[in-house]
Design a protein around this ligand. Sequence first.
Ligand code: GDP
Ligand code: GDP
Length: 443
Amino acid sequence: MSTSEKLPIVALVGRPNVGKSTLFNRITKSRKALVDPTPGVTRDRHYDRVTWENKSFVLVDTGGIDDNPEDLLVHHIKEQALAAIEEADIVLFLLDGKQGVTPADWEVVELLRRTEKPVFHIVNKVDSPENELELVSQFYELGIDKLWPLSAEHNYGFKSFMDGLCETMPAEAIDLDLPEGTIKVAFFGRPNVGKSSMINKILGEERMVVSDISGTTRDSVDTLVSRGNYNYLFIDTAGIRRKGKTKEKLEKFSILKSLAAMNRCDVAVVLLDAEEGITEQDTKVIGYVLDEGRGLIVLVNKWDLIENDRKRQEEVMAEIGRLLPFVGFAPLLKVSALTGYGIKLMFPTIGSVFRQYNATFPTSALNRLLQDATEQHSPPIYKNKRLKFYYTAQVGTCPPKFVIMTNSSKGVHFSYERYLINRFREGLGLDKVPIRILFKDKT
Ligand code: GDP
Ligand code: GDP
């Protein structure tokens, strides 16, 4: 059996400069970073999976996600708080101990009172025990039962806060038991782009055994599918849709939940709308897929609407090339969830993305490939010495990661790195997934 974990989402909310990103970094810093060599891909992380003692959760800095300097401050932070209440399982609201109570704090505290979900009111910038009482007492007037004094920067109060946070979490993440080797496929995209229609269309195909296991989930609808010898878990992130909300709010909300689903899928299918084109949110979600190192398939849905419109077809494809140039490896399918156009390619594409994503290669083959590549195109000179590559090995999957030992990792410039990446992709048949190569100095 394999499992699919549903981790609780913990959201950080607060005014700019209260210390959200400092706290985010403190909570997540244990994670070892593997830098993605693809330029334009690495970005500030605003969410991450965290394990503390034996509890795991997804931490999201909502300030980082939709920071909009043009928004009125109070309005903006209230929006953030609302999204967190709706979408997260636990809310961390940061107050600034150095600054004291501000009018925005009052408004947000009022909002947070209305939720049943656990809320931690943190007084940040309490850097030592000496000034704790003085700094914390400023906030008594807000009428909150428990305030958590903390120094995100200097660690004071951190451990007891983390212990308190973890106590509010369920003993175990909700695990869905799945047949061995199940491919987890999540569907992402803006509201109304056609996620549910697409899944329904695919499920309506012949030779498909569908078991609905949505009863076990809260925020996305999961369907287990058997087809031939393979099992798939389809995760529909549209399950979060709620009637009666404004469109603008929904757009924001879906980001948080998308992040959580991103964490538990193998292959991310991102739907674009052929008629409406690409929005900023689409590029963001694709950026997250790349950050997370998931397999990616891009669908241009509602193709039926522009079927006879050559000009629009060219426009939308050009737009994709312009706005998403860094995802050249991802399969791009023109589809219609309504008519079924293009859909028969879905399963083969999911299968090959998944296989490539999990592929492993023998070291001997990799070294031959490296040798051929360097013979055909000599490495450049760096500081009067020719760059040398000694050997290579695979160090990970999902996506495939390789290390190459060199006499000077600093001397490996972008163009030669790009060349090696391309040679590896070609030589290993990895045309549909990103690969990562790490250059290490041989000591
Ligand atoms: P954000 O805008 O809420 O993400 O805030 P940042 O994390 O960027 O922090 C804003 C400023 O507050 C930075 O200059 C931090 O160094 C400072 N800061 C954050 N946490 C603490 C803390 O615990 N103590 C003190 N003294 N300064 C802090
Ligand atoms: P979701 O919010 O992403 O799950 O979107 P839905 O699957 O609920 O679809 C939203 C609307 O778009 C519905 O009215 C669908 O009938 C329509 N729709 C979905 N896919 C297509 C498509 O390929 N072509 C056309 N013309 N309409 C579509």
